[in-house]
Design a binder for this molecule. Structure first.
Ligand code: ADP
Ligand code: ZN
Length: 430
């Protein structure tokens, strides 16, 4: 199940040689064409021809989100504007977005990486792909769309939401795989359950590629049960083409990062120094073959670690562990560092609990975790609710070292978001 076996299982030494060659090229190109990098190199005294080994990447400057905003709209472009074929912007926060340009070659490469990623889980041209990512300025939908077309699948550009219509399309066109966010996957699972649809019996659905926001192993299990599929983790970010940076193979045990296209480093986000192999830190990526907008040492802010052992599938590209959050996702509550994923792990592992939750911070560090009960979770006995509430609060305290107020609410009463979920509401007056 290889899309391009020779590159996917290229010997490490050859792969690293290829990386070095591309890194040297990229360094020269940005020095010649992008004023931002030319100035940085001058400031740091870096001669563009002085990269001799992969370790030399550490001499190069980081690129941050702030740099992308400061050079908006086209300051990072390394080709004449008429060579740019497509513009995407990143989703997310307020203010100006980050503008990402693609050349013809970049558009093709992005699709290629998605094709590889789908095929390594067994997708073939016989498959039917219902794409539930958001179409538009985001990279999420278009890049996966063209990747699946490259494989030869029938692609249904459904977008997220409108679950009634999703169900109709899945039934009428015998959809076999989807790409969607974990929050919409959980919502869709709820919807199917309410409609009495048993996915394994009534649908042709077999696989779901789930990504665009962090989720836990416990959530993977819930989605697999709720949609009757195998869930494969899918990671990407607009700054690096979008989806297709790293995907799980059929082993579902960490995501192969396509190292012929991206040079990876894991650093300590405070010091900027590399962390030992296998330890967790911030993922930093350098594009190796991007034409329109090469980026050096881009600080993704995503926290993960490398799995040093080779994968049983035979691919030589190293795997990343699940992204546990963003370095800027971290909440500090009563002086304790907390990642929302720690809370999710406890909730999704608890019995009687449904699929949606929300974390609210108010006043002076008061934390409330609201969570929906499972459809069949409440037997009408109030004392059972009180016990459940106490158990969850206790488990949370053991995990995050702060005891939040736990609020159990009826199924389907918390707000749902069809794009990226808004799990944390911080109204603290600190
Ligand atoms: P924005 O950075 O504005 O949210 P993107 O839509 O490009 O724009 O989102 C990319 C980010 O989404 C990644 O940096 C990461 O934080 C998150 N993300 C994407 N895929 C995953 C995944 N599989 N697991 C965890 N987080 C993910
Ligand atoms: Zn593998």
């Amino acid at each position: 199940m290889f899309w391009d076996e020779s590159i996917e299982s290229l010997e490490r030494t050859e792969l690293e040689q290829l990386q070095l060659h591309c890194l040297q090229e990229t360094t020269r190109r940005v020095a010649a064409r992008v004023p931002f990098y030319r100035d940085k190199f001058a400031e740091l005294g870096i001669a563009p021809g002085s990269i001799r080994s992969l370790a030399d990447v550490r001499r190069l400057p980081f690129t941050t989100t702030a740099d992308l905003r400061a050079t908006y709209p086209a300051g990072m472009l390394a080709v004449p504007m008429d060579e740019a074929l497509r513009l995407h912007t990143s989703s997310g926060t307020t203010g100006k977005p980050k503008a990402i340009f693609f050349s013809r070659e970049d558009v093709n490469n992005a699709a290629e990486l998605c094709a590889r990623s789908f095929v390594m889980t067994g997708v073939t041209k016989k498959d039917v792909f219902q794409n539930m990512m958001t179409y538009g300025l985001f990279t999420g939908a278009l890049v996966t769309h063209y990747g699946a077309e490259k494989v030869g699948c029938l692609v249904i550009p459904a977008g997220p939401g409108n679950s009634e219509r999703q169900l109709m399309l899945m039934q009428d066109f015998r959809t076999t795989f989807v790409h969607l966010t974990p929050s919409y996957a959980l919502y869709l699972a709820d919807f199917l359950e309410k409609r009495g649809v048993q996915p394994r019996r009534h649908l042709a659905l077999r696989k779901a590629f789930v990504g665009a926001e962090p989720y836990t192993e416990e959530t993977r299990v819930k989605i697999e049960e709720g949609l009757g599929v195998d869930v494969y983790n899918s990671y990407g970010l607009s700054e690096m083409n979008g989806p297709g940076v790293a995907f799980e193979c059929e082993r579902k045990n960490g995501m192969h990062l396509w190292e012929d296209h991206f040079l990876l480093e894991i650093i300590n986000p405070q010091t900027g120094e590399p962390v030992p192999d296998g330890e967790s830190g911030e993922l930093v990526l350098t594009t190796l073959c991007r034409e329109a907008m090469p980026l050096l040492r881009y600080r993704t802010r995503d926290i993960t670690s490398v799995i040093p052992e080779p994968c049983e599938c035979g691919r030589t590209h190293r795997r990343l562990n699940r992204i546990t959050g963003r370095s800027d996702d971290m909440l500090i509550v009563r002086g304790v560092n907390i990642y929302p994923q720690q809370i999710e792990r406890v909730l999704m592992g608890a019995r009687g609990i449904g699929r949606n939750y929300q974390i609210r911070l108010e006043g002076l560090d008061e934390m409330t975790v609201s969570v929906e009960l499972a459809e069949a979770g409440f037997d009408g006995q109030v004392e059972h609710l009180v016990t459940l509430q106490g158990q969850i609060a206790e488990k949370l305290r053991a995990e995050i070292l702060v005891k939040p107020r736990v609020e159990l609410v009826p199924p389907a009463t918390l707000p749902v978001n069809e794009g990226k979920a808004r799990r944390v509401i911080d109204n603290r007056k600190l």
